[in-house]
Design a protein around this ligand. Sequence first.
Ligand code: PLP
Length: 394
Amino acid sequence: MHRVYLDNNATTPVLPEILAAMQPYFGERFGNASSIHHHGQEARAAVERARQSVAMFLGCATSEIVFTSGGTEADNLAIFGVVQPGDHVISSQIEHHAVLNSCRQLEGSDCEVTYVPVGGQGRVDPDDIRRALRPSTRLITIMMANNETGVLQPLEEIGRIAAEAGVCFHADAVQAAGKVPIDVRRIGCHLLSISGHKMHAPQGVGALYVKKGTGLRPMVHGGRHERARRAGTENVPGIVALGRAAELSRQALTRGENERMAALRDRLEQTILSQIEGTNLNGSAAPRVPNTSSIAFDCIEGEALVIALDLKGLAVSTGAACSSGAIEPSHVLTAMGLSAEQARGSLRFSLGKQNTGDDVDFALSLVPPTVARLRELSPVYNRTAPSPRLSRRM
Ligand code: PLP
């Protein structure tokens, strides 16, 4: 069966160049990067080369990169590494659960958290952050790009607010890395998370940028790996892959490959919006990463549409992969003012570097007839009078 994968915000396939770069570190170059003999030094050199690549990718010094097991650990290290009992934290209602549930955990240990809202386009208003500041505010943690809508947040403005207030600023850039340029100095953040498997490296590796001078308590205790910021023998093949992914992403950004992806994504979403009545693009007027479309389909159960499309070979998603199977509508879309039904009827299409125009054609051959068939079965869909455009808070 022909299969097309348009769920790259959940995870991306490992690119052949990246697999080739990491493969020797499973075999002949198997050393422990802490060993002083040849094998160890070979592994250490590879880890440090990868650190250099990731540092160049983010615009920082190599000493400011801490390798982790992924985005979730990087987010946790950023948050629990700086916040202490009695502190106040500012976050938003649309963060990934790696941040949201860390904040909930803090609330159980004598910390207070303000979750700023978003407008109808899914953007945080920096003034809401400014207003939420308190003398006890220790950390602002706001994502760079949302995983469900792809909407980019005004991080540079938030960075300026954090600097004026002398507050630590963490950015979860897991869904932005490889899709838009990232420059930690321009953003003005102290901490920034990325994850390998969202940028065509494997699952289980990530990194946290930690600005020089930022006091960070380690979460994992053990040896003095990663300058005593993250204990544990390094995942050398994973780190090598992340380094290669950072190099390829940097090249792709300078070669304009992301414009190619934006053109494919725009054709996909424009055709769906024009061919299918009762559809709306979530975050349509906001700046977005070039690979993501979140589309609300009136009178459609998103899970049913995902399953129907999967049976025909197209992989898409209703939103965050970790909430699949959950009955709760997306907290991101409801925070943007969508009703529970509109949120449940929303599908996320997310492209990767491997996708082609043929993949978009395949998706476009399946989505309109599948939506039409599901609507025919829907007791609430009135085919003679399509329901009005979704109205939402701006
Ligand atoms: N932050 C965002 C915005 C994400 O989309 C994800 C994963 O979907 C994570 C953090 C967690 O990253 P990881 O899967 O590497 O733990």
